[in-house]
Design a protein. Sequence first.
Length: 483
Amino acid sequence: MASTIPDPQPGTGTARETPPPQPPSGRAGRVEAHGIDHIPDHERHGRPRQLFSVWAAANVNYLSLVTGGALILMGLTLWQALAVIVTGNLFWLLTGLLSISGPAAGAPSEVITRAMYGVRGNRVNNAVVGWLISVCYFALNLAAAATAAFALVEMAGITANTGVKVAVVMVVAALTLAIGVYGHAMIMKLYLPITLALTAAFAVVAVGVFRHTDFSYVPAEPLTGTDLWAVLAAGFTLIASAPLSYTTSADFSRYLPRTAPARSVVGWTFLGGFLPGAAVCSLGALAATVVDMTDPQAGLRQLLPDWFGPLLLLALVLGTIAINALTAYSAGLALQAVGIRIRRSLSVLADGTAAVALTLYGLLASDFLDTVSNVLQLTVVLLGPALAVYATDIVLRRNRYDGPALMDETPGGPFWYTAGVNPAGALALAGGVTVSALCVNTLYTGPIARALGGVDLALPAGLVTAALLYTLLTRGKFRAPTA
């Protein structure tokens, strides 16, 4: 049985046993009943195009402005920065590829990965790649929203002292967690209007930025040679870390009918992530050619009408709430998949508590911009190989997953493998992470990066190594059951 406790239905004290005419899971006004358990066919609904607004709302956010502006601060020319932004955001194609496993299995990514790592191995995978990294991203984004909210509070004439900052963080976290607790149907209902509102706000930002941008911007001392390649590699990793962080994209597609066209699922997910991701990061880079983007919200206000300042800050907070609600939702599922028997709604609240603690530390005890850059670059050491194993499994298995079989955690079950661990997945992930760690250059410099003069190849090296190892270790003996 799956290690989850479905949330009780209104008016009852136990989980639903017979399918109702209108499934509660499809109602935005009720807390989602499902956790990591299988979604039966009669509760599948929606169309792939709904995924566009889910990912679009999540990618019009403050952190994208920060990373876009950071590329200019790192020493790139404008056109170099824009090239890095476009190529880094192409990784949304892989996010789209992972999302097709949701309709196929009727299960979230946190369960589907049992096929790659085994029941026990997957618990470790979810504890680190799923839960821990999700909570770190939650904290980073919450800190980003809080900095914009602090400025909004100051505009209202309230001094943002430590007590006020703590209160603001708690309020933003509460709004975020409310969406995560209500779950999938609430996300699907809210994210289209959020996307439209954010698009309108950032259209105004774009007009202001374009009017002032120095399109011929070149830093006073242009980078050349190894130094240039090192910064290009670091910037690429920084941008790619956003799509790479969504190795859980099946969480939001698993309610689609199993007959949903895979091409449409990939396409709408890709467009929803790529278009706003590239656009908002580019705005950050364009703005950085004329203002100091070490404080993006203050820098942008110099380029915009005074009346728009509060609206900009509200948009930044709203966009970050949107992305963090997805992160909190997936982190809640990851906590269940670790093996902790807790309702999904409560697991989301537990994740939020941990993220708030990290956020307060990040805001009150460390430099935010340095923290963002270091954490995002370091997480790809794990996320790149994990995504590669997942994507390779989908290709090798031809996206044929047996959802009910994935729920079986008993010894001797189809995904128990050897003592609960699939050696192929475990070795491929470990190999990819090891090679990636040797190539990284962020909080520490790996020996390969040092030999290359600081060029960070952690992302491509980890991806390729994990994919090749998994392919070699499963070739000719791919025995996992198919639907």
